[in-house]
Every structure is written in C-alpha cells, then in structure tokens.
Design a protein around this ligand. Structure first.
Ligand code: AMP
Ligand code: ZN
Length: 113
C-alpha cells in the first residue's frame, strides 16, 4: 500500500535502521524506543493488524514468530526479551500495518500499562 508508512519502510522508500531482512519480512529499529533495544518486525505484505489475518497468512505469521529468536540473539538479548503486538484502538495500535515489537536489555514490568 503506497500510503502505508511500514509498507514504504519495508520497500526502503523511507529510511530506517535495519536489524534483519529476508524475502518475507523486514526488521528495523523503532524511532521512539521504549527499551535499550527496541526493533519492529513487519511483513513485507500489507496486513492491517493481527485482527485482519486469515488462515492464508499462517506460514507468514509462523515465519515472523520463528525469526524472533534469531533477531533477538543477533541483538544480544540472551537474558530475555518481550514481544508485543498492539492490536486495534484498545490495544494501542497506532500504525495500521501488522508489526511485532521486540524489546530487550531491561527488565520488563507486568502487567503492561
Ligand atoms: P504501535 O503503537 O504498536 O502501532 O507501534 C508503532 C511504532 O512505530 C511506535 O513504537 C513508533 O515509535 C514506531 N514508528 C512510527 N514511525 C516510525 C518510523 N518511521 N521508523 C521507525 N519506527 C516508527
Ligand atoms: Zn502496509
């Protein structure tokens, strides 16, 4: 989608600091980090949110989740990390292109705010 910021970042039309990339996904550093390490992982295909996924997205979603541990290891998150997918208005989603937040290098609180 040409008017979607994360589609444009994944297509390298808008600059970002890369963390990982393959044919299906792109990972880049969040502009407003909420932890010492904070990257986003997005599918190159436009999907508005977790709520808009279909069974056809199953392999892509599995790929995204299975890559998390590799990206986390490459970023030195051996003590652990948190994965967040904000979804919809109450979920705090502000960018309407599915993304995983991967946060680490600090101790996380529970429950989240
Ligand atoms: P969410 O609130 O879950 O939709 O997360 C959107 C995230 O995208 C926020 O953490 C923003 O800081 C981040 N963000 C927005 N624009 C950019 C950008 N151009 N480059 C990197 N991160 C961005
Ligand atoms: Zn998009």
């Amino acid at each position: 989608m040409s008017d979607c910021i994360f589609c444009r970042i994944a297509a390298h039309e808008i600059p970002s600091k890369p963390a990982y990339e393959d044919d299906l996904i792109y990972s880049f550093y969040d502009l407003d980090p909420q932890a010492p390490v904070h990257v986003l992982i997005v599918p190159k295909k436009h999907i508005g949110s977790l709520d808009e996924t279909t069974p056809e997205d199953g392999e892509l979603l599995a790929h995204m989740l299975l890559k998390v541990k590799e990206i986390a290891a490459s970023l030195g998150l051996e003590k652990g990390y948190r994965v967040v997918i904000n979804t919809g208005e109450d979920g705090g989603q502000t960018v309407h292109h599915l993304h995983i937040h991967l946060l680490g290098k600090r101790s996380m609180n529970w429950p989240p705010g």
